[in-house]
Design a protein around this ligand. Sequence first.
Ligand SMILES: Cc1cc2nc3c(=O)[nH]c(=O)nc-3n(C[C@H](O)[C@H](O)[C@H](O)COP(=O)(O)O)c2cc1C
Length: 339
Amino acid sequence: MVNNPMKTNLYTASRLSVAPMMDWTDRHCRYLHRLLSKRALLYTEMVTSPALVRGQARHLLRFDPVEQPVALQLGGSDPAELARAAEMGADEGYPEINLNVGCPSDRVQSGCFGAVLMEQPALVAACCAAMIRAQPSEVTVKCRIGVDDQDSEIVLPEFLAQIVGAGVTRVTIHARKAWLKGLSPKENRDIPPLDYDLVLRMKGLFPNLHISINGGVGSLEHAKELLDLGLDGVMIGRAAYHNPADILQRADAVIWGDDLGPDPLDVVLQMRSYIEAHMSDETRSGGKLAHVTKHMMGLFAGQPGSRQWRRYLSENAYRSGAGWSVVEDALAAMEQAAA
Ligand SMILES: Cc1cc2nc3c(=O)[nH]c(=O)nc-3n(C[C@H](O)[C@H](O)[C@H](O)COP(=O)(O)O)c2cc1C
C-alpha cells in the first residue's frame, strides 16, 4: 500500500500528531513542540486556499525546517484553487497537505469550507483528486463523523469511500458531529458526545485506510489504548497545547519506544536563541517576545510554581521592550514560589 519513503515516514509519525489549531499551532508553537518530541507529526493552523491563491499570502506558509515532519492544513472547496494551494505548499516543503472538513465556524461556513463539506462528499473527492494530481506531497483529510442531523453510520462510510476512491490513504476523524447552527465552534469541541466506536468500526470497514482518531484524548496513556484497539494514529489538540510537557516530552518514549524528550526547563533554555532570533528579525511579524512565550505558558503545568510562571509571562511579555530577561524573571518567580 505504501511504497514512497516520505509517506512511510508520515505513516509512522502520525501515530501521534498535534492537531491543527487556529491562532495556537503557529510556527513558534510548532518549534517549541518539536523540541519536546522529535517524532510527533505537527500540523499548521488552517490556511485558506483563497488567501493563498487569490490573496498571494505565501508568507502564511513559512516554517522552520526543524519543525519537520509538519503538515499544511488547507481550507477551501474549489478543486482548481485547492490544487494550486497544495502545489504552493509542496513547493514550500510540506510533505503532507491536509484538507479541513471539520471546522464549524461561521466564517468558514460562509466560504463553504470545513465541516459543511461533510454534506458534499463528491466535491471533497474532486478536491482531493485535484490536489493529488497537482503535486507530489501526500494529501490527507481531517473530517467529522457527520454534521447536524446526518446519520453518521451511513454518511461516514460513504464519505470515506469517496475520498479513498479519489486516492486518499490517510485520514483523521474527529469523533464527534459538527453542529453548524446553534453552537459556537468552542462549544462544538465538547458537544455533542464523542463516538469512538464508530471510528473503530470504520477501521474494520476500511482496513487499508490509515485512520487517526481525534477528540477528547487527554493523556498519552489514553492515546496508547486507542492505538492498541487497532487505530493507526491519535491526534491530540487541546491537551498537547495546554500541557505540552506531559504529552510531548514523553511521546517519543511512550509511542515509539525512543528516548524521553528534554525536560521543560531545558526546553525553555533552548528557546533562548530562537526567541532572540525572532526578536531581531523584523520580517517576523514584529518580533515580539509574547508571540513565542504565549505558547510556553503550559510548559510547567501541574508543577509547583507553574501559576507564577504563567502569571509573570502574561503580565510582562507584552510590555514594550520585553526581551529574554522576562523569561529568566518568570523562571525565578516560579522557583521562588516553589521553594
Ligand atoms: C483554538 C482551536 C483552534 C482550532 N482550529 C482548527 C483548525 O484550524 N483546523 C481544524 O481542522 N481544527 C481546528 N480545531 C479543532 C482541533 O483540531 C481538534 O479537532 C479539536 O480541538 C478536538 O481535539 P481535542 O479534543 O484533542 O482538542 C481547533 C481547536 C482549537 C481548540
